[in-house]
Design a protein around this ligand. Structure first.
Ligand SMILES: [Zn+2]
Length: 337
């Protein structure tokens, strides 16, 4: 294996995939990728694996809390879309989100059930699989008077793209998405350490529409020391805080891949988790013994940017064009029952 995801980094990814309860604003890191799995899955996931039939159509088993629910794939996709994106987004952006969500669900199902839920293909924990809002029972509580219109908009977008998934080399892709990339998307290699041909860095205009595109977190030097004592005990934070961060290695998209922190080289994703930042694309300034971290973008920034998709849709791009942009080299394939 070329690169192994350290436990710390895996935790970082998992922790940062935290609740997407409030839909698109919180939508983020829906897909922690277990790095030891990516390579194997990429080899083993084959749409045509079962007697020449595309095995992805039909139903999916969802672990919802302690309950196992077998449901129509398309129903599940609509529920994920409801959890991941605002129904106010342009229809082409919602369609793109629907296809990305369907693709990821199919990818997960084809890849086999994980140890976290051995009796289900996917779960409703956004920290592990994808956000989920049960439209049949939660729409009213979620949207009040707009419930019917919003539910209808989402279900229509799902229906418009029914059975369509994104494929690379005839296999469903790992269709990761996040709320808002920076000016460019990140590569999977820079964020998770695995080279994936269709998760490369592409331009991503429009992310600044996201209310959390620009963010700041300010911590006292002591607060940073406390956190670091847990996460990076070897870091030497005895000196001037202005000297704590050095020699950052940034991706083409601007995210910190690694940086020397208190003399120890650490992953940008792990620092992001420790500091509670919106992205790994950050700078730090120090004043009066307080450190201010300024971020660009919201989420891991790999794959589809939801706010970028919104922008492209507003520019007249179709869902196919949006997906082709964010997952370069891929195709759209129809599942068959
Ligand atoms: Zn899961």
């Amino acid at each position: 294996m070329k690169k192994v995801l350290g436990i710390g980094l895996l935790l970082a990814v998992l922790i940062y995939a935290l609740p997407v309860i409030c839909a698109w604003l919180e939508a983020e890191e829906p897909l922690p990728i277990p790095q030891d799995k990516v390579a194997a899955d990429a080899e083993n996931t084959d749409l045509n694996a079962k007697d020449g039939q595309l095995s992805a159509a039909g139903r999916i088993t969802v672990q919802d809390g302690q309950e196992m629910r077998e449901m129509e794939l398309e129903t599940y996709v609509a529920d994920v879309v409801a959890g991941e994106i605002s129904p106010d987004f342009p229809v082409e952006a919602i369609r793109a989100q629907a296809v990305a969500a369907r693709t990821y669900a199919v990818y997960k199902r084809e890849a086999g059930r994980p140890a976290q839920h051995p009796d289900a293909d996917v779960c409703t924990d956004p920290a592990h699989c994808a956000a989920f809002v049960d439209l049949a029972v939660q729409a009213s509580a979620r949207w009040g008077e707009s419930a019917e219109a919003n539910r209808s908009a989402i279900e229509q977008a799902v229906q418009d793209t029914a059975g369509q998934i994104v494929t690379y080399d005839k296999k469903p892709i790992i269709a990761v998405f996040s709320a808002a990339a920076g000016e460019r998307t990140e590569t999977a290699a820079d964020v998770w350490g695995s080279e994936i041909p269709y998760l490369q860095s592409v331009e991503s205009p429009g992310g600044e529409g996201c209310p959390k595109y620009h963010g700041t977190v300010t911590l006292t030097a002591d607060e940073v020391r406390e956190r670091a004592a847990q996460t990076f005990p070897a870091a030497d934070l005895t000196g001037d805080p202005a000297d704590w961060f050095k020699a950052s290695e940034r991706s083409e998209a601007g995210g910190i891949i690694t940086v020397k922190f208190g003399g120890v080289r650490v992953q940008g994703t792990a620092l992001r988790t420790m500091l509670g930042l919106n992205s790994t694309n950050f700078t730090v300034s120090v004043q009066d013994n307080r450190l201010t971290f300024t971020t660009v973008g919201y989420g891991h920034g790999v794959g589809l940017s939801q706010w970028g998709a919104r922008y492209l849709a507003e520019q007249g791009k179709s869902w196919r064009q949006i997906l082709a942009h964010y997952y370069p080299g891929t195709e759209i394939t129809s599942l068959e029952v």
